[in-house]
Design a protein around this ligand. Structure first.
Ligand SMILES: O=P(O)(O)OC[C@H]1O[C@@H](O)[C@H](O)[C@@H](O)[C@@H]1O
Length: 373
């Protein structure tokens, strides 16, 4: 007898950049699940869903090299520059649609070589009703927001579309929607799940900095000063070279560390940020971390760490679980912010927990043991 078909998760994507590329490559890469093929995942099976149960059914972008092409080709178009770890991504059947521009585009990028920056497509922008209709027609379960940092209006536009279409929202970037009480209330009232804000990479700067900050606290070491400097050469870093777009990102990254410290550090003693655009790094992100503190007897100590990662697969390793948690919430009829998932997967959740607490809570949520999320 033929096995019964597995349940699918229909994902829609806003912003077909490097992070989307790694995610879509990952869905193709994790098709079979032999022992070696499961490497790099937090969960092979998450609440009955496997990575390969996710399919991309709709996508929006504003770049002329992506609009009109199937997602499986658009993910390899410039200015994307992340590693190709799966070069046999099958056609998805979803063609990238022209998106709403608003502020979801970094104007300052003019002057950079074409292969490094956005090139606006010459196509009509959709109205809100058209995006909602496309979400409904494609039977999308989850909408992933991958817009550039600083896209306040564009993020609000797509959040509104998800809400009205009844599609769960995964907000990967630092515009505050899940952690904004008014937006969270609207998602809750509509019975639509939301997980956000600002994805915390699988083994990235934020989780390492947070875990070490928590360790200082637990081991009785007074943290006095810290910095986290990050450099990279993808469009995210180029976009963030425009400091006007950075405000919410700085808040998100700094709060992620402050929230686990024993006592809040004065502003002058903590510096956390995207620090510089280095073109030749492409999607390689390097984090330089320093923490200074006082041990037993007030004796000084310091710690220096350098972390080097390919940024977008590091993000996709988390997105692949956020999508499945959002779908689980939907299956269970839970709307509003999914707090354990937000705290474990995001830098700026509605409620911060330590990563140890968030890990336990999200596993309970996945097992269906948390009645109130
Ligand atoms: O390494 P961190 O601090 O967790 O941040 C990672 C993520 O931060 C997001 O804001 C970026 O857009 C992602 O590309 C990135 O993966």
């Amino acid at each position: 007898m033929a096995p019964s078909p597995r349940h699918r998760i229909n994902a829609a994507i806003v912003g077909v950049g490097n992070c989307a590329s790694s995610l879509v490559q990952g869905i193709a890469h994790y098709q079979n699940g032999g022992a070696n093929e499961q490497i790099g995942l937090m969960h092979w099976d998450l609440g009955g869903y496997r990575p390969s149960d996710i399919q991309v059914v709709a996508a929006w972008d504003v770049d002329r090299r992506k609009v009109g092409r199937d997602v499986n080709e658009a993910i390899f178009a410039k200015p994307n520059c992340t590693a190709t770890f799966c070069d046999h991504v099958p056609e998805t059947g979803a063609k990238v649609r022209m998106g709403k521009i608003l502020d979801g585009y970094g104007e300052h990028m003019e002057g950079y070589p074409d292969d490094r920056t956005f090139l606006l497509a010459d196509a009509a922008e959709p109205e809100k009703d058209e995006v909602i209709q496309a979400l409904v027609d494609s039977e999308a379960d989850v909408l992933l927001n991958y817009l550039p940092v600083g896209s306040q209006k564009a993020t609000e536009f797509y959040a509104e579309c998800a809400l009205e279409a009844g599609v769960a929202l995964v907000n990967n970037m630092p515009v505050f929607i899940a952690s904004d009480p008014e937006w969270a209330r609207r998602f809750e009232e509509a019975g639509v799940p939301i997980i956000g804000d600002d994805i915390k990479a699988q083994l990235g700067a934020t989780i390492v900095h947070r875990v070490l900050t928590d360790l200082f606290k637990k081991r009785g070491v007074k943290l006095e000063r810290t910095y986290q400097l990050n450099t990279g050469g993808n469009t995210d870093f180029l976009n963030m070279a425009n400091h006007a777009r950075l405000a919410s990102k700085k808040v998100s990254k700094t709060e992620a560390v402050q929230s686990v410290a024993q006592r809040r550090l004065d502003d002058e003693n903590i510096h956390v940020g995207p620090s510089d655009y280095v073109a030749w790094q492409n999607d390689n992100k390097v984090c330089f971390l320093r923490m200074e503190g006082q041990l037993f007897g007030g004796v000084p100590m310091n710690l220096e760490l350098r972390l080097s990662v390919e940024d977008s697969p590091n993000s996709a390793g988390v997105a692949i679980d956020m999508i499945r948690c959002a779908k689980l919430a939907k299956d269970r009829g839970i709307g509003g912010a999914i707090l354990p998932a937000a705290a474990w997967f995001c830098k700026h959740p509605p409620v911060q927990m330590t990563d140890d607490e968030a890990y336990v809570a999200v596993e309970e949520f996945i097992r269906g043991e948390l009645v109130k999320h």
